[in-house]
Design a protein around this ligand. Structure first.
Ligand code: SF4
Length: 477
């Protein structure tokens, strides 16, 4: 989401618009539609060429001028946000019978009139100019929601004091009681305080910034540390239910998100979302539509992260994903669970996989790096993740070497999670810990030397400090 406040700024800043995504919101506040300088008109034509989601915030009265409204609609904007103030004193005296407040009827009537002047596929938003009195704000919002408003902006000034935030919580409570469940409410995202307003007012009508969607429980790999597909975990589940996997587990392993539902979720996420992660109990890229989901999220301008074994992409997917990357390095990022720096260890850690699987993974990651290099360093980025276990814990430097060879931006040495008794088999033994700490140190030093970021480095440092000295066996005697 981008915003530009030309009401308070007189000049168009030098924006890098090349990577404005095709469905990314660009909210532009204009002082008026009257006599806009030519440079702004040219700028608006450029941005509407790049994104279908350009909203112009204008004084409410400007919308009524046919010539101006039609001119900017012809540029291909998505709609208008009309700046309006609700008249508290006037409408408190006109309470509807049987209602606490009937809202600002003037504003609601104006919205109704303006809405009928726009095509259905265009948006009409109210940007409320908020004064000190919030009474009748909530019923006014409810009124325009009933007339088709999908989102509103509360243009509040000043800092979010406790008193003000409590008043807004009451407004939100009213909207919830009146069933405005599909409404998004935004604080002014063109100033520095809007996240603080969201948090302090507990704005559940938008406000979320990080989202995770599980899309697939399927996977063909056999990582020994996996709680669902690890060979020992599978054998244990079979043993416990008489030699066969229970039906419930088989169904669970096949579970995937319905594509229509997933697209609906992505399209309806509020504009406050910045980061969307795709995962699952299996591998998200096993989902037939995973690349379409990633595309839909990127087109809205969200930063996207995917956790995968990286085997299932084909060359055309990789080219498509490359085109979906942004101008910031981590706009589209993969966390590649490889957990080994050489093919033998890879196969030992995944007994059902072969050298062919390993080579396909390396080929996919190398293609991302090649495309990035050809594009001046812009493209998909990735982390090489290593789940540290008994089999690989003395060979960690090889993981950093592989990360360097493949062109990774980050390495992540992640301690293995214990999903059951069976996984104790793969925890590094006590007598290995000192050598493991040394191996981890070598891996980290190598990564730093090669300019690769070490994710959660402080955590690795703690492990190195704790285990690199001689361990005292407190259990003897
Ligand atoms: S790739 Fe992930 S889901 Fe698949 S077996 Fe390995 S850990 Fe489990």
């Amino acid at each position: 989401m981008l915003s530009l406040d030309l009401v308070n700024e007189v000049k168009i800043p030098h924006f890098k618009l090349v990577k404005l995504m095709p469905k990314e919101l660009f909210y532009i506040r204009l002082p008026s539609l009257k006599d806009l300088p030519e440079e702004i008109n040219i700028f608006l034509q450029k941005v509407t060429f790049l994104s279908s989601e350009v909203i112009l915030s204008i004084p409410a009265e400007d919308f009524a001028v046919d010539e101006w409204r039609k001119k900017y609609l012809s540029f291909g904007i998505k709609g208008f946000a009309i700046r309006a103030t609700h008249q508290v004193e006037k409408w408190l005296k006109h309470q509807g019978i049987g209602q606490i407040y009937s809202g600002d009827r003037d504003l609601m009537d104006m919205f109704h009139r303006y809405r009928s002047m726009l095509e259905q596929d265009k948006d009409l938003i109210v940007e409320f100019q908020i004064g000190s009195d919030l009474r009748i704000l909530a019923p006014t919002i409810t009124g325009i929601v009933e007339m088709g408003a999908k989102w509103v902006v509360l243009n509040v000034e000043g800092e979010p004091t406790n008193k003000r935030c409590l008043e807004f919580r009451d407004v939100f409570e009213y909207l919830k009681i009146r069933g405005c469940t599909k409404l998004n409410v935004y604080f002014p995202f063109w100033n520095n305080y809007f996240r603080e307003w969201d948090i302090k007012t507990q704005n559940t009508f938008s406000g979320i910034s990080d989202v995770h969607i599980d899309i697939s429980n399927r996977c063909t790999h056999s990582c020994v540390f996996c709680g669902l597909y690890g060979p020992e975990a599978l054998a244990d589940m079979k043993k416990r239910s008489g030699g066969e996997l229970p039906e419930v587990t088989k169904n669970y392993m096949k579970m995937e998100i319905d594509p229509v539902t997933c697209h609906e979720i992505i399209q309806n996420l509020p504009w406050s979302v910045k980061y969307l992660q795709f995962g699952g109990m299996g591998d998200p890229l096993m989902h037939e539509h995973s690349v379409d989901f990633i595309a839909a999220a990127r087109e809205r301008g969200f930063k996207v992260e995917v956790l995968s074994n990286m085997e299932y992409l084909e060359s055309e997917d990789i080219h498509r994903l490359h085109r979906l990357s942004g101008n910031k390095l981590n706009d589209l990022h993969f966390i590649a669970n490889i957990s080994a720096g050489n093919p033998e260890l890879y196969i030992e850690t995944r007994p059902r996989q072969t050298i062919k699987n390993y080579e396909k993974v390396l080929q996919n990651l190398s293609l991302f790096s090649k495309l990035r290099e050809e594009n001046n360093g812009t493209g998909v980025s990735f982390t090489i993740m290593c789940v540290v276990n008994k089999l690989n814990c003395l060979h960690l430097k090889e993981v950093s070497e592989l990360a360097h060879k493949l062109g990774a931006q980050r390495v992540w040495f992640k301690p293995m999670e214990i999903h059951g008794e069976i996984h104790h088999l793969y925890i590094p033994k006590k007598e290995m810990l000192k050598a493991m700490a040394n191996s981890l140190k070598e891996a980290i030093d190598y990564a730093i030397e090669k300019d690769i970021t070490v994710f959660q480095k402080e955590y690795c440092d703690q492990i190195i400090n704790k285990y690199s000295g001689d361990l005292i066996d407190v259990t003897s005697n």
